[in-house]
Design a protein around this ligand. Structure first.
Ligand SMILES: *[C@@H]1O[C@H](CO)[C@@H](O)[C@H](O)[C@H]1NC(C)=O
Length: 327
């Protein structure tokens, strides 16, 4: 009996967890998405399965899913523009900001371009119920050059957990906590992919602007997976096609968790949980790790300095559940 269960669990992991979206249907562009803006700067390739969106001095470009989804597994492969990309922002994200203007939800992958010779960085973030006054950003370097080849970026979203993946590595897990209340995304969202001029925002707070001498900047997308519950948010928030959701690959195996921890130790460069200049008290879901705090302080003593843990590097790693009182 036990071994049967073991085999079943193993098969489940191979199919849905380790295999990630590999077994999920890959859609053509027209099956899942539509042009959103900058039409001239969006090109669907002949096979119908890949899209190029570009940024030049006239406009950026983007596309949006035809459906809104409540929970699911969403994924695409992206090859980012190379060389000098300061100020260029490529984003793959979920949002319902066009429907719920005051209380929108969002789950973001943002790629921040860089000056020549420096790699792209990735940022992840979420908002829920219009919680734009509480940013939950994290930023990371990567273990590869994302402009050299296609890599897969995935979002898994269930009722109580969000996981961001790069290829088969989970890089961030957000568990819904009681205290987060509406801040955890909970309403149907569309998928978006965009490229835009983030000069005022992206590279060191706008120090390096987009240089159009190097335009057009072209971001390439392919392997579209939209494996979620499509709903009409005006009529229902319930997922009627629930059976398909059984196969959302949301679990993280022990092996993947090890990979995630190792990734975060090596590559995380920013976390809102440690940003004393923004949050005197970290938001409630933050689990503060003394070693992590020390490492980030090494990167950026101003942002991650604060008075809290200074000079306490000898403390053993411990987790404290910080309580948000006034945010
Ligand atoms: C959502 O936001 C509104 C307005 O800020 C607030 O009144 C409400 O309590 C929030 N709901 C939840 C579940 O957090």
């Amino acid at each position: 009996m036990k071994s049967y269960l073991g085999i079943l669990t193993f098969v489940f992991h191979v199919l849905f967890v380790s295999g990630l979206s590999r077994n999920l249907p890959i859609l053509s562009f027209d099956e899942g998405y539509s042009h959103l803006f900058g039409n001239d700067n969006l090109m669907v390739l002949k096979d119908g399965k890949s899209v190029h969106i570009s940024l030049d001095e006239r406009t950026g470009s983007g596309f949006i899913s035809q459906d809104l989804y409540l929970h699911g597994f969403f994924s695409t492969s992206i090859k980012l523009p190379a060389d000098y990309t300061a100020g260029v922002v490529v984003a793959f994200y979920m949002s319902n900001g066009d429907i719920f203007e005051k209380n929108h939800d969002e789950i973001d992958f943002e790629f921040l371009g860089n000056i020549r010779g420096k790699n792209w960085r990735i940022q992840t973030n979420i908002y829920g119920n219009g919680s734009t006054n509480v940013g939950r950003e994290e930023r990371y370097g990567l273990w590869f050059d994302p402009s050299e080849d296609f890599h897969r970026y995935s979002i898994s979203w269930t009722e109580d957990q969000i996981v961001f993946y790069v290829d088969s590595v989970p890089i961030r897990e957000i568990k819904r906590t009681e205290e987060m209340r509406g801040d955890f995304p909970s309403k149907p969202m569309s998928l978006y992919a965009t490229i835009w001029d983030g000069s005022d925002w992206a590279t060191n707070g706008g120090r390096y602007r987009v240089n159009y001498k190097y335009a057009p900047y072209i971001a390439k997308f392919s392997e579209f997976v939209l494996h979620g519950c499509a709903v009409d948010p005006l009529y229902q928030f319930k997922c009627e096609a629930a059976p398909t959701l059984d196969s959302i690959p949301s679990g993280i195996t022990h092996e993947q968790r090890m990979k995630m921890e190792s990734f975060r130790k090596k590559h995380m460069q920013y976390s809102y949980c440690y940003d004393h200049s923004r949050y005197k008290v970290p938001p409630s879901e933050c689990v503060i790790n003394a070693k992590e705090a020390e490492r980030l302080r090494g990167f950026d003593p101003v942002t991650f300095g604060g008075a809290h843990h200074r000079g306490k590097g000898h403390h053993r790693t411990r987790s404290i559940q910080a309580k948000a009182s006034s945010i």
